[in-house]
Ligand binder design. Structure first.
Ligand SMILES: NC(=O)C1=CN([C@@H]2O[C@H](COP(=O)(O)OP(=O)(O)OC[C@H]3O[C@@H](n4cnc5c(N)ncnc54)[C@H](OP(=O)(O)O)[C@@H]3O)[C@@H](O)[C@H]2O)[C@@H](O)CC1
Ligand SMILES: Nc1ncnc2c1ncn2[C@@H]1O[C@H](COP(=O)(O)OP(=O)(O)O)[C@@H](O)[C@H]1O
Ligand SMILES: [K+]
Length: 492
């Protein structure tokens, strides 16, 4: 299951199911029982469970879970402060069916809890949590007992992943029907723990996956992942070209070039300014070096149609020359990856970049980090990163990639990466990512799939290496990433 839903889409799924004849109380019963099942499976030996129930249907799920836990022999401490008469109908029904004691929502609930169930707020979170409930959330987080969140940790926006006021830090989250985008987007992802999806009886045909983002995984298109052909040559695996910065800033291009080579490009060349030729040549072996000064130099190299993918930006320098080189490349035939300085160089002339992108057919992938994104697309509207990314993509009207979120030209396709690790927060890791995208485009992958696959592989490489990672390590982990993919494919 790869689809993700926004809170609004989930509400629509509920409504359509209920209108189709499945009572809301049945959905809530299934949801709450799913939560109780998760507690039973995870904590078979616990005796005391505290349930925090809020004023909406998330609280209703809590009442259902409490009833099942009571029946299974757990000692249940349920906190609910509201007026039962003001609960939504299904939640009120479930509150009436719960026969255990109900106490106030306060720190006493947590005193001897071995497990805490968070049913304060789910999809209906409408504003920042404040006052007494915010304090209770902080106390729950600090008390040391594991917390199981119902649907989404209270305080996390299920669509954007933003923290509203404060938020429950869950060990696990039990959600219903499908994961929501807020389970994957940062910072939400860090508050969810393991996310388990429970089937509550919403029929799958409701889904129009084209309207939803997807968590990125090999199943999102890796069956079309390129590899060498049995009787192929290196020329059939593409020739990637990377523009080097000046003499004192060449490392980024070499990192990217190594990423492209390890990602499988048949040939990789660093296009180097004359004054940096010796530095580059002294540090490259399988990767070639060619002289290319300014836009004419790049145009001359790209006149060879076998050079089918070009990356510019990492440590390239911001200014008129970089701008001119980007425009030359966009006029030529290869797939183009724009990163870092290649993007910043257009901060004051964005439309020139977008026009040049719109005027070409071959793929363009942009890999801005947050700062670079803001320089080019700071004024785009949208509540979530996904919406902002989609708005930006439609402005440039091309597939693009923004570290960890990749929408395409078609508004319908968006992917959120869930594979990255904080070990990637190291100088030059983004340069390697740009090179990996380049290497996949050189092998003929589309902009969208190439960028998606590269971001996933980048995270996977970092996971395999683990602690102590530096950018140079990333390309060297790719053989293991490929082996893992082969293994998964062989095992079906
Ligand atoms: N629909 C279905 O069939 C199914 C739904 N299911 C479950 O329902 C959940 C969604 O339920 P929901 O829509 O009732 O919203 P929920 O998250 O309980 O909160 C709304 C309440 O909180 C209040 N409130 C909001 N923010 C607040 C704040 N900061 N501080 C204080 N108060 C705040 C808000 O007040 P208001 O904004 O109206 O003043 C309102 O009273 C969903 O996550 C899933 O668990 C499952 O059972 C499957 C079947
Ligand atoms: N804490 C983190 N968790 C997951 N991924 C991260 C984290 N920090 C950085 N990354 C990833 O590392 C890369 C850093 O890119 P960037 O900032 O452009 O680095 P550089 O310019 O040094 O090459 C991006 O792909 C980003 O998503
Ligand atoms: K919750």
């Amino acid at each position: 299951m790869h689809e993700l839903l926004t809170a609004e889409e989930m509400g629509r799924a509920d409504r359509i199911t209920i209108e189709g004849g499945v009572p809301g109380a049945v959905l809530m019963e299934n949801a709450g029982r799913g939560v109780a099942d998760e507690i039973s499976a995870r904590f078979p030996d616990a005796s005391t469970v505290a349930l925090l129930c809020g004023p909406g249907n998330n609280g209703g799920d809590g009442f259902v879970a409490a009833r099942h836990l009571l029946e299974r022999g757990y000692r249940v401490r349920l906190g609910f402060d509201g007026d039962p008469a003001k609960l939504p109908a299904d939640a009120a029904h479930m509150a009436a069916r719960f026969k255990g004691a109900v106490g106030p929502l306060g720190p006493d609930l947590l005193a001897d809890a071995e497990v805490i169930v968070d049913g304060l707020f789910g999809a209906g979170l409408a504003r920042p949590i404040e006052g007494k409930l915010a304090a209770l959330i902080d106390q729950a987080n600090e008390c040391g007992a594991p917390i199981i969140a119902i649907d989404v940790p209270s305080g996390i926006d299920g669509t954007t992943g933003a923290v509203r006021g404060t938020a429950i830090g869950a060990s696990a989250t039990v959600t219903f029907f499908r994961r929501k985008s807020g389970h994957l987007l940062l910072p939400g992802r860090l508050y969810c723990g393991a996310v388990r999806v429970v089937d509550i009886g919403i029929p799958a045909p409701f889904l129009k996956p084209s309207l939803t983002p997807s968590p990125m995984s090999p199943a999102c298109g890796f069956p079309r992942f390129p590899g060498p052909r049995r009787r192929g040559t290196k020329y059939l695996r593409g020739h990637a070209l990377v523009a080097s910065g000046p003499m004192d800033a060449t490392g980024a291009a070499r990192l990217a070039a190594r990423g492209a080579l390890r990602a499988g490009a048949g040939l990789v060349t660093v296009a180097s300014p004359r004054n940096a030729l010796a530095v580059n040549a002294a540090q490259l072996t399988a990767i070639m070096v060619r002289e290319a000064d300014g836009p004419q130099g790049i145009a001359a190299l790209l006149a060879d149609p076998r050079k089918n993918a070009f990356l510019i930006g990492p440590a390239h320098g911001v200014g008129e020359e970089t701008r001119a080189m980007v425009l030359v490349a966009l006029k030529a035939g290869p797939a183009v990856v724009l990163d870092a300085d290649a993007l910043t160089s257009f901060a004051d002339d964005k439309e020139a970049l977008f026009e040049a992108i719109r005027a070409r057919e071959a793929p363009v992938v942009m890999t801005p980090h947050e700062g670079e994104f803001a320089r080019l697309f700071g004024d785009v509207a949208g509540d979530s990163k996904v919406e902002k990314a989609r708005a930006a993509a439609s402005r440039a009207a091309r597939p693009w990639c923004s570290k960890a979120r990749i929408p395409s030209r078609r508004r319908t396709q968006a992917v959120i990466d869930a594979n990255g690790t904080p070990w990637l927060a190291t100088a030059g890791s983004g340069d390697v990512l740009g090179g990996m995208v380049l290497g996949l485009l050189a092998q003929g992958m589309s902009g969208f799939l190439g960028a998606s696959a590269a971001v996933w592989m980048h995270g996977q490489a970092a996971r395999i290496f683990g602690p102590g990672l530096i950018a140079e390590d990333l390309p060297e982990m790719l053989p293991q990433v490929f082996r893992g993919l082969e293994r998964d494919r062989a095992q079906g």
